[in-house]
Ligand binder design. Sequence first.
Ligand code: 6R9
Length: 691
Amino acid sequence: RLLSKALQQAGGGAPRRLYCTKGFFKSPHRAATTSSATSPKFDGTSDITSTPIPEITDAYPDLLTHRSIHQFSLEQPDEFWGRLAKSRLEWQEEFSTVTDHDFKNSHFRWFPEGKLNVSVNCVDRHARRHPDRVALIWEKDEPGQQEYVTYKQLQDDVCRVANVLRDSGVKKGDRVALYLPVSPLAVASMLACTRIGAIHSVVFAGFSAEALASRIKDAGAETVITADQAVRGGKVIELKKVVDEAVAKCSSIKRVFVGMRTGAKVNMGPKDISLDEAASRASTQCSPSVQGAEDLLFLLYTSGSTGSPKGVVHSTAGYLLYAAVTHKHAFDYRDGDVFGCVADIGWITGHSYVVYGPLANGATTVLFESTPTYPNPGRYWDTVSRLGITHFYCAPTALRLLLRYEDEWVQRYDRSSLRVLGSVGEPLNHEAWHWFNDLVGEKRCDLVDTWWQTETGGIMLSPRPSSPGAPILPGMPMRPMFGMRPVLCGTDGKEIPENGVDGALCVGSVWPGIARTVYGDHKRYIDTYMAPYPGYYFSGDGAHRDKDGHYHITGRMDDVINVTGHRLGTAEVEDAITEHEEVAEVAVVGYPHDVKGEGVFAFMVLKEETHSTNEEITADLKKLVRSQIAGYAVPDVFLVCSGLPKTRSGKIMRRILRKIASGKPEELGDISTLADPSVVEAIVNAHAALP
Ligand code: 6R9
């Protein structure tokens, strides 16, 4: 581990033995439950048995099935969540109220009088009981170099970093931007913030300096934690340079902590502090800040259909409880398992299922720094066999990429440790589902397609909420988690009660993990999530409820596209492109893409007098989008058009552009309402002429 190595080199920390975990991981694997792809047709109204939820079944012995427990969680949320909160979290002061909501103003509060500290819950309480249990396995970019961090070691690191932050003036409530590779340092930094009550804002380390700067400004952060460099897929990424560029644009920044990932020499300016040096001098004792249950825990920026990305706010106790409970029950996590979620910590999946959920449950969690194809397409399964992973949770886009290679890349590695497979981020198509279930999981693992969002904090729909052996159908998240009442609303804004229908996917209950606000803009929170369907939380997704009551996700209903599992607002890309002085107008839409799920398609109109060729402009635009947002946002196709289809009131008809981008010009429908229907023919011809 770099941090600990550096600490030792600096002579500050007591030398440590890296805890060798061979024995720990060889815990016997439980009998696998059979998969259900071939099980008889499931009637959604019939019931499935739940694994016991002791806090509930001890008091209510009749509640043994998923349906009865789920029903109970909706009818008696105080009793349900109150019991779980008491037994699954460690409190410094008890709460007396479980839920306290003001729907009119969209204020949701859980356990309001309670006091607790997240780092104590995620680290100290486990270090007390099992100091040598492995908390983190860092699967570094180069295969075979994994490093293990025990709960005791993690506690020491969290305290050191927390002391450094506190001593340098970071206070409770301050926002701290993290721009870090997936590493123990990143986890220690997140938890160090929680230890002193600072609010972290993790920015995915693939985002550009511009994107980092806008997030720093919006949060009013004074502190950044970064590393010298990152390594991914064998390539070096100059993190510190990106941070320098971003910080130059942000007057709020007072200090930048630079951790060591590669040890490369990087420019150190007056605000820069070597984190390794400072941490090596810091104490491993740090008294935890006593946090209110509703104190802000973190911000995470995510794309919406309009405007700049919004800082989704999660608060302390409700988020942690929901992450822990869903981690346990959606995945049937048990002590001794090795939980492998390969998401980057820059996304919500990394927050909830790499860091907070697993650590709150005292689990061993994998930090995957690499890519699915480095150094070859067997990387995931090589990692599974080397680390003895029992749960493998990834995104459909990676599966679609990998299934193009020979089966041999999967078969050559021992996957007998696997028990549960999971997918998140986009719809899991049937081909990818079968490849994952049949080939990777040998039809003996449970495959859970989990639906949720940055804003929901944790999993909301999943085929198996705590029900081993529950029949699972391919390609859909199927069933609601505890406390979640899925609702489909029609165009009239009303709830549709029947089965076999499509609608806007809403939630008709409140759950502890719901985001509390958009940072600095509560009105935007209300307008986006609460106002569209009054009385419900609106997800932005459409869904189908089949005749048996199971849910399928049909995709976004707004101008958000889902590229390789990353949310991208078309407006963000359009903003970047229109900065080019030769572009007059642009419209960006998503279109189906075999691997990425959705590709990005830019239709643009150039200014009359341009001095560059179309190729030069396109090359400039690629650079521009990459530098304003990130690599994944760069459009796959740029199409120069003479005009865009608009209504008489001047609104661009994206519906038409989506059809053209998808190669379905015959499905355009009625275009007579356009101000100038002839532009459509010109665009269709231009599209047909694309190479
Ligand atoms: C966790 C996460 C949320 C959006 C969501 C939806 C899509 C996520 C899905 C899925 C179909 C699934 N999404 N899981 N679509 N099936 N199992 O991904 O959060 O980055 O906020 O994205 O992702 O469109 O609205 P986030």
